[in-house]
Design a protein around this ligand. Structure first.
Ligand code: F6P
Length: 360
């Protein structure tokens, strides 16, 4: 006999492990506790569209989901019901329509799997429309403050590390400076972890504006030791010192010229070194594909915890990992400031201690 009818959706950019969360909630809720679980397609849009795009989930429909990348429910980062952009380009608040659709479908509440933007929407839906929401954090960038890790991060680090390993051999063969650009618009976690794991010589992250001369010194020092190649990991949000002022003054930086962070650094290096440079932008390869084992486990733990919160009527919480414990925090706290690589981050010291140049 069914006791709960719950909606579940994925919002924002995808991350390996989304399907593993959906599977865990389904196994616990439908398989173990006879709930009705309704998947909402493409974030909140599945409830706003006519006809609605909803799918009943069961352990049978979740077969094979533990290892599958992407999200079977689909996702979008253009589906904010409070600021919904129509095809006519007009932005409207459709949150009341969403609340009406949730009531009409007989949904008791929503499990919302997404990054800070999606969690913020969830918190607002609860506050302004009284819709019960439980949040599950997701981003490959690992920059949500409330949780030690988000699933998808280690899968992205794995891809970036493998790319570095591959660049290493060709860089050495050709005596080249190789730049690898990884994701991380505002936080440099992927660059930092992949850089350490892949034995990079230099790392550039958004939190530490770089002095290009430090990288030049590193490249030259290596050459003096007979190491005529250098590996540099660049987060997509990394900028040279003074870039923000330069942008304000109309001087070229990656943001104003629309070029990538690695292109900007390569151009700066090209003016200062004689050797050959090549850049690789890893892009969405880091987000695609299935989750690594750590992310499968984390996603499964988070899915089960979210379902437990629903079972216990503890709405308004977001699940998170703290000191390897699965706990929860109020949604409003979760949607707060992003977790960036702070100056006291221990891995920065480790990186410096093994000779990695961080640009400042
Ligand atoms: O998931 C966050 C992120 O990986 C950022 O690092 C990156 O800037 C962004 O996604 C790009 O996503 P999209 O191209 O899907 O907008």
């Amino acid at each position: 006999m069914s006791t709960h009818r719950i909606g579940i959706l994925t919002g924002g950019g995808d991350a390996p492990g989304l399907n593993a969360v959906i599977r865990a909630v389904t196994k616990f809720g439908v398989g173990g506790h006879h709930w009705q679980l309704v998947g909402v397609e493409d974030a909140f849009n599945g409830l706003l569209d006519a006809p609605r795009r909803l799918v009943e989930l069961s352990p049978q429909t979740c077969r094979g989901l533990l290892t599958r990348g992407g999200t079977v429910l689909g996702t979008t980062n253009r589906g904010d019901p409070f600021a919904w952009m129509g095809e006519d380009g007009v932005v409207r608040d459709r949150s009341a329509e969403l609340a009406a659709a949730i009531a009409d479908e007989g949904l008791e509440g929503l499990i919302v799997i997404g990054g800070d933007g999606t969690q913020r929407i969830g918190a607002r839906l609860m506050r302004e429309h009284g819709i019960p929401v439980v949040g599950v954090p997701k981003t490959i960038d690992n920059d949500l403050a409330a949780t030690d890790f988000t699933f998808g991060f280690w899968s992205a680090v794995e891809v970036a590390t493998e790319a570095l390993d591959r660049l290493h051999t060709t860089a050495e063969a050709h005596d080249r400076v190789m730049l690898l650009e990884v994701m991380g618009r505002d936080a440099g976690w992927i660059a930092l972890y992949a850089g350490v794991a892949g034995g990079a010589d230099c790392i550039a992250i958004p939190e530490i504006p770089y002095d290009v001369d430090r990288y030049v010194r590193k490249i030259n020092e290596r050459a003096m030791r007979g190491r005529h190649f250098t590996l540099i990991v660049v987060a997509e949000g990394a900028t040279p010192i003074g870039a923000h002022q330069a942008a304000a003054d109309g001087v070229i930086t990656n943001r104003v010229q629309g070029g990538s962070a690695s292109a900007v650094l390569a151009a700066l290096l090209g003016e200062r070194i004689r050797g050959e440079l090549r850049t690789t932008v890893l892009g969405h390869l880091q987000r695609g594909g299935g989750p690594v084992p750590f992310d499968r486990v984390l996603a499964t733990r988070m899915g089960v915890k979210a379902a437990e919160l629903v079972r216990d009527g503890r709405w308004g919480q977001m699940v998170c990992l703290q000191n390897n414990e699965m706990v929860s925090v109020p949604l409003d706290d979760a949607a707060g400031a992003p977790r960036r690589v702070g100056p006291m981050e221990p891995l920065l010291a480790t990186a410096r201690n093994v000779g990695i140049e961080l640009g400042a």
